[in-house]
Design a protein around this ligand. Structure first.
Ligand SMILES: Cc1cc2nc3c(=O)[nH]c(=O)nc-3n(C[C@H](O)[C@H](O)[C@H](O)COP(=O)(O)OP(=O)(O)OC[C@H]3O[C@@H](n4cnc5c(N)ncnc54)[C@H](O)[C@@H]3O)c2cc1C
Length: 513
């Protein structure tokens, strides 16, 4: 990373702002920032999107739209999803997910490193922010499909994640962009910001690349909400480490770390887990970047019900250590560490009906067999003899006396294995057997810039850089090591709204100064 100085305004570029607020990016965080800036009174808000219109919306478009939010019960959820039928409520255990539970998850997942000031905002503002999104035109539904199991006739939500956006990521981006259009916010596509404009008073706009050449756009304030560096192989290798350049990218190809670079060049303080990233088990033959036609379905998240083996035929993680919401984001890194950077997930007939929808797509790398011996010969790249030994040892260790229950941490584990499986252990002994090949798919990077409790980008001396705000993936200090599912969109919305409000106010204060 070079720490060059940002573009200084030339005499021709000097002058008052052309727009009040520029938001760099057009994903969830950016759109929330733009809407909040407008609501705060900024008359002219412009969003700049590096991608062409057909690929706009960043990683937010690739998501399933799951959003982690605090709730004390169905009454809170009804603030987001008012039309849940009473007969469905009667057969569902929604449980509760209060602020304490969200804090506990964030502390536990990040090994107590999450920035206390930022996590306080994230957790406390989650429900008010989703309510505000609803007012802006975003519609939510309850996540019965992916986050609840039906046991003994009742649905039970199991992972603190009861809410998702109607229409998933594409629905979210469509509704947010429609809300922006309604409020007169322009999105300029295929227009990447390349540099910040800066003078002694602070940030004064951005330089953009256009087909006609580079151009300055002056603004009262700038919100950088243009993602992390996950799409950039060079930066992944540099910051995440060896072999991360070879990981597949789950989402957009446009998050190249531009915003982080621009902010650092303007003197921003780096913050958070720069060598950390959210990464999952992802189809071994998936394309290099995400494919919007497939969305997040290259992921393979039913591993808690089976086992995963590497090229040596050995298990390498506790597949049942916790609910998948709390392990999936760190297990991609474990797959990357295996010889050849791949693994096979193996299931038997008992659990096949429970596999998530993503196992039934056309674009899947899968083998089936009627015996374990036959399966061993079909697991490309795996030592068959060692695989069979692993399965025999595993089968013998499963505590079959403990009842299996996917809706709770059932404690049905293994006994006596050096690497245990702690929950949901089932023997692999009923044909047909199925196995799925995965590699590491990187979702987003954790390192970024430090922001204040007003969304201002902080400099290395601890002062806010006037006129510069940030939100979304490029905010550092929130996630370390791991991540509770559904928090990225919530974080983008909470900090996007915060940054947008304050960027709007800053721009207005310049007008009255
Ligand atoms: C497959 C997949 C599934 C996921 N599922 C979920 C989920 O269900 N729930 C959840 O909470 N999170 C999920 N995530 C994570 C989530 O996508 C991110 O945390 C969140 O969307 C980040 O929002 P953002 O606005 O910061 O970034 P993005 O949505 O990536 O937006 C960044 C924007 O900046 C633009 N940009 C980049 N560089 C420039 C530049 N120089 N100039 C102008 N524009 C630029 C990009 O084109 C893009 O529009 C998932 C991610 C993926 C990839």
């Amino acid at each position: 990373m070079t720490y060059a100085s940002p573009h200084r305004l030339t005499p021709e570029e000097e002058g008052g702002p052309e727009v009040d607020v520029i938001v760099v990016g057009a994903g969830n965080a950016a759109a929330c920032a733009a809407l909040a800036a407008r609501e705060a009174g900024a008359g002219k808000v412009l969003m700049l999107e590096a991608a062409p219109e057909a690929e706009a919306g960043g990683n937010s478009t690739y998501t399933a739209g799951a959003m982690r939010v605090t709730y004390e019960g169905i009454d809170d959820l009804r603030q987001l999803v008012p039309d849940v039928p009473d007969d469905l409520v009667a057969v569902t255990d929604f449980g509760s997910y209060g602020a304490d539970a969200f804090f506990d998850d964030m502390f536990r997942m990040t090994q107590f490193r999450t920035d206390p000031e930022l996590v306080e905002i994230l957790v406390r503002q989650s429900l008010p922010t989703l309510r505000w999104m609803r007012e802006q035109g975003v519609r939510f539904q309850l996540s019965f499909g992916r986050q609840a199991y039906k046991v003994d006739g009742r649905f039970r939500f199991w992972g603190g994640l009861a809410c998702e956006v109607w229409g998933g990521g594409p629905g979210l981006v469509e509704m947010l962009h429609a809300a922006c259009a309604k409020r007169g916010i322009e999105i300029r596509y295929a227009t990447p910001a390349t540099d910040l404009l800066r003078d002694d008073a602070g940030v004064r706009g951005v330089m953009v690349a256009t087909p006609e050449g580079r151009k300055a756009i002056r603004a009262g304030s700038v919100v950088l909400a243009c993602g992390g560096f996950e799409s950039n192989a060079e930066m992944r290798a540099r910051y995440l480490g060896p072999d991360w350049d070879l990981a597949k990218v789950r989402g957009t190809r446009f998050n190249m770390g531009d915003g982080i670079r621009m902010a650092l060049e303007a003197g921003a303080m780096p913050h958070g887990h720069w060598s950390g990233a959210h990464a999952v088990g992802w189809d071994r033959d998936a394309p290099a970047y995400g494919d919007l036609a497939v969305g997040d379905n290259y992921q393979k998240h039913s591993y808690p019900f089976g086992i995963m083996v590497n090229a040596n035929g050995e298990r390498f993680v506790d597949e049942g250590a916790d609910f998948r919401n709390y392990t999936y984001a760190k297990y991609g890194r474990e797959v990357l560490r295996q010889p050849g950077m791949f693994a096979w997930q193996v299931f038997d007939a008992k659990v096949l009906p429970m596999l998530r929808d993503e196992y039934r797509i056309r674009e899947v790398t899968k083998v089936t067999a009627n015996t374990l011996e036959e399966l061993a010969g079909k697991l490309e790249g795996v030592d068959p003899a060692r695989f069979l030994q692993t399965v025999r040892a595993y089968n013998a260790a499963v505590q079959t006396s403990v009842p299996f229950n996917p809706a709770i941490r059932d404690g049905r584990g293994t006994e006596g294995l050096a690497l245990p499986k702690s929950n949901w252990a089932n023997t692999l002994d009923q044909a047909p057997f199925e196995a799925y090949a995965i590699t590491c798919g990187v979702t987003f990077t954790f390192g970024g810039v430090k922001v204040s409790d007003r969304g201002e980008v902080m400099d290395r001396a601890g002062a806010a850089i006037p006129g510069l705000y940030s939100a979304g993936e490029m905010v550092g200090g929130i996630f370390y090591h791991n991540y509770p599912g559904g928090t990225g969109l919530t974080s983008g919305a909470v900090f996007g709204k915060l940054a947008g409000e304050n960027a709007g106010r800053h721009a207005l204060s310049l007008q009255t100064a």
